[in-house]
Design a protein around this ligand. Sequence first.
Ligand code: 6PG
Length: 244
Amino acid sequence: MTRAPTIHRQDGVDALARAAAEAVAEAAAIAVAERGRFTIALAGGATPRPLYALLADAGAPFRARVPWDRVHVFFGDERCVPPDHAESNWRMAREALLDPVRPASAWRMPGEQPDPAAAAAAYEAVLARFFGVSAAGGSPPAFDVVLLGLGADGHTASLFPGSPALEETVRWVAAPWVPRLGAHRLTLTLPVLNAAREALFLVAGADKADALRRVLAGDAALPAARVRPAGGAIFYVDRAAAPP
Ligand code: 6PG
C-alpha cells in the first residue's frame, strides 16, 4: 500500500531550498545512524541548484550537519553530453555541491558514451556493485533519498510522457530516445525510483502548476504521478506552482 503524497508549500525558492535542505539533512542523519551511510540520487535541471548551493554553503547550518564522509551521491538522470558540457547534470552538481563538500563517493552517469544503452548498462553495474544487489532482475537498489524535479509536461528524471522507459520493470537504468529533445537521455527507471526510502520532488514556478495539480490528482499519463514509493512521494513546492 502506497501512502498519499505529502506537500510542503513554501513562499519562494529560497524557502523551498531551506525546507528541502532540512529534509535531506534529517534523512542523512537517520540513514547514517541506522546504516552507517547515506545514499542520494540527485536531480538535474535548474530547480535543485539553490538546494545544492545551500547544502554546500559553509555559512549555513546544513553543511556542518551532514556527515559528508558517509554520503554517497548518484544521479537520477543525465543528458548524453560530456561531463563538462553546459547541459551536464554532473557539471551543475559538481560545481554547486560535490566540489565544495567532497562526499565519500560520487557516481557519474557516463553521458558522453557514444552508445547510450551501453552507458545505461554500465551505470546499472555501478549500482549493482555498490548496493550489492544483482542487476539480473534482482530487487532494485533502495536509495535513502531520490531527489526529483517536475517538467511542465509531467516528466521526472528523464522519464517523459509516452516513453517506453516508463514500462521498464526489470532494468534499473534506461537510455530512452526523447523525440521532443531529439536526443537520448540516461535515467533511473520507476522500479528504482519507487524503491527509494524517500522520493523528494522540488517544484517551483507557475509553469509547473498544471502538471503538479495533475500529478497530485494521480493522473498516470504524467510520469511523475507514477513515482509512488511505499512511504509516499514528498513534494516541496513554491506557491507559484501550488496556489493554496
Ligand atoms: C533534467 C532533470 C529533469 C528536471 C525537470 C525540471 O535532467 O532536466 O532531471 O527531470 O528535473 O526537467 O527541470 P527544471 O528544474 O529546470 O525546471
